[in-house]
Design a protein around this ligand. Structure first.
Ligand SMILES: *[C@@H]1O[C@H](CO)[C@@H](O)[C@H](O)[C@H]1NC(C)=O
Ligand SMILES: *[C@@H]1O[C@H](CO)[C@@H](O)[C@H](O)[C@H]1NC(C)=O
Length: 263
């Protein structure tokens, strides 16, 4: 593929992304008050796109199903994740929770308030736990330059807590007027760095639940997301209870390199 082909493909990708983010487009259109025919044009584009997506998904499903029947892709010889000390404690449940009602806020969302800050602080409190040498070895972690707790043991965090930490930092960034009134360049960079962790996580877990779309009302033609899909989710308390049982301080007392040399 030469560079002009690549350029073409990039342009097409951009077009696709635009037709996919219906809500964003409509918001833009609302601002510029272009209504009527243009809406229809975009919608048709969107429908064609959705139809093509459906066909691709069906074909993929067919391929996977065939593969599953002939090769046994669910066999335990498939890819294996690393061992984690929490894995024996995690419980699962079916969840139908969806963030599809823009007017509905959880304790973690909506305009910032003291209650919301407390909820986030509580959520993030057990972010670090005390991990033993044996557990680190079993999890396949290296000991190079590893940070030790002053009271013994090592500092670790679960993936989900790292993600929550990232989300929290992005929240602080979104509401930076309140949390960082004098945002410095390095703070700005630090807060934005957390986007990538969440992208990797979303693409790793590949949520396959279906969202569909509805008009806001019959008269206000703004698209909204809706979903009746059920997901299998961890029972959060099973992870949280374990994390609290092993937690160390939010700012854990650790041995600094100079202390290691001294001892
Ligand atoms: C971490 O756990 C070890 C036992 O594995 C214990 O000796 C140590 O005191 C603990 N450290 C902290 C900071 O709780
Ligand atoms: C931000 O800067 C202003 C003006 O220099 C100062 O009055 C204010 O105290 C600073 N706020 C914080 C949180 O540092």
């Amino acid at each position: 593929m030469d560079s002009s082909d690549r350029k073409l493909e990039a342009t097409r990708l951009v077009d696709d992304i635009e037709s996919m983010s219906l809500e964003e487009r409509f918001n833009t259109y609302e601002e510029t008050t272009i209504k009527g025919r243009k809406h229809k044009g975009i919608l048709t584009c969107g429908r064609v796109y959705v139809a093509i997506l459906h066909i691709i998904i069906l074909m993929l499903a067919g391929v996977l199903l065939n593969y599953g029947l002939s090769e046994g892709s669910r066999s335990p010889d498939g890819p294996q994740r690393s061992w984690s000390p929490v894995q024996g404690f995690v419980e699962y449940k079916v969840s139908t929770e969806h963030a599809t009602d823009p007017g509905h806020y959880s304790v973690y969302s909506g305009p910032p308030s003291e209650e919301q800050e407390e909820a986030w602080d509580r959520l993030i409190t057990p972010v670090y736990f005390n991990i033993s040498r044996d557990e680190l070895t079993r999890a396949g972690e290296s000991f190079e330059n590893i940070i030790e707790l002053t009271e013994g043991g090592y500092i670790a965090s679960l993936g989900v807590y790292h993600e929550l930490h990232c989300l929290r930092n992005l929240r602080l960034y979104v509401f930076r007027d309140r949390y960082y009134p004098n945002l410095t360049e390095s703070q700005d960079r630090y807060l934005k760095e957390h986007l990538e962790t969440l992208r990797i996580s979303a693409m790793c877990h590949g949520n396959t639940a279906i969202n569909s779309y509805k008009w806001d009302t019959e008269t206000i033609d703004k698209p909204l997301t809706k979903s009746n899909s059920r997901s299998v989710c961890v029972k959060w308390s099973s992870i949280e209870d374990w994390s609290y049982s092993r937690r160390v301080f939010y700012v854990p007392p650790v041995r600094w390199p100079s202390q290691n040399q001294a001892s």
